[in-house]
Design a binder for this molecule. Structure first.
Ligand code: NAD
Ligand code: ZN
Length: 253
């Protein structure tokens, strides 16, 4: 059995030798930014019913409940990128990471400086009125939420929907196709903070593996897929990722 220091060293060596690494992230990469995860013991699903607050049918029944939930997801500690997001962005600047594929809707990868980001579940950045078609930016909505007011369009409609994928909606097919292509052509596939249970999260590492890539996972808990990974690191993303980047930096000099 390897200890965590050896595993971080091994991960750093694999990444330093990569020509086309791809990072796949889930809610866990943002946990240390104060954004709660969905699953797990303090996950939001222990207090909210996903069908009520995060499905397209629930949104149509009660958009205010959706926004109330989103407020808890994204405003609670006014989320900023954490060292994991910055570390991933730095690997892209070094020319190693060519793409970040994320299930998150919180825009923290972009804010940390990542440029090629495939958002499988969309993001909160653009918000459309389903009645009159007017589009808002997240900043406008955030101001309304911070004042504790109901989110309403200037036309009076409560149906302001961010461009995120709710339960009952399709994934954006072009983004999904790019994510699959990236997973197939990478030589190193790095998972950070995903339970790998939601489709297509469960499949992407398998595509990478079948194409001969080395696989690394950083997650606080074990996942059902740990067995296919070359390096499995159980630890916090915000602590482990900067240490891996440090190893890569040393080896690249
Ligand atoms: P998940 O909630 O199912 O799993 C998160 C994983 O991260 C868990 O395995 C957990 O052990 C791990 N984790 C928790 N804290 C961690 C930390 N500090 N460092 C490393 N790992 C940590 O999330 P998922 O796999 O991404 O999939 C579920 C869905 O959640 C997706 O649809 C995604 O859109 C949505 N989601 C997004 C956000 C966000 O935008 N930040 C937040 C919550 C949920
Ligand atoms: Zn409107």
């Amino acid at each position: 059995m390897w200890g965590i220091d050896e595993k971080i060293q091994m991960a750093g060596e694999i990444i330093a030798n990569a020509k086309h690494a791809v990072v796949f992230t889930g809610a866990g990469v943002s946990a240390e930014s104060g954004v709660p995860t969905f699953r797990g013991k303090d996950g939001l699903w222990s207090r909210y019913d996903p069908e009520e607050v995060a499905s397209i049918a629930g949104f149509r029944r009660n958009p205010d409940a959706f926004w109330n939930f989103s407020k808890e997801l994204l405003l609670k500690k006014k989320a900023h990128p954490n060292p994991a997001h910055y570390g991933i962005a730095e690997l892209e600047k070094m020319g190693i990471v060519k793409a970040v594929i994320t299930q998150n809707v919180d825009m923290l990868h972009q804010r940390a400086g990542s440029r090629v980001v495939y958002e499988l579940h969309g993001s909160m950045e653009m918000v459309d009125c389903l009645d009159c078609g007017k589009t808002y930016r997240w900043d406008d909505i955030e101001e309304i939420l911070q004042r504790d007011e109901n989110v309403r369009c200037s036309c009076g409609s409560p149906y302001l929907k961010p461009r995120v994928v709710l339960f009952g909606e399709q994934l954006p097919q072009n983004v999904l196709a790019s994510a699959i292509e990236e997973s197939r052509k990478c030589d190193v596939f790095i998972v950070v903070g995903s339970s790998l249970v939601v489709y297509p999260a469960a499949n992407l590492p398998i595509y990478a593996k079948k194409s001969g890539a080395r696989l690394i996972i950083v997650n606080t808990e074990r996942t059902h897929a740990d067995g296919i990974f070359d390096v499995v690191i159980h630890g916090k993303a915000g602590e482990v990722m900067p240490r891996i980047v440090e190893v890569v930096r040393r080896l690249r000099h």
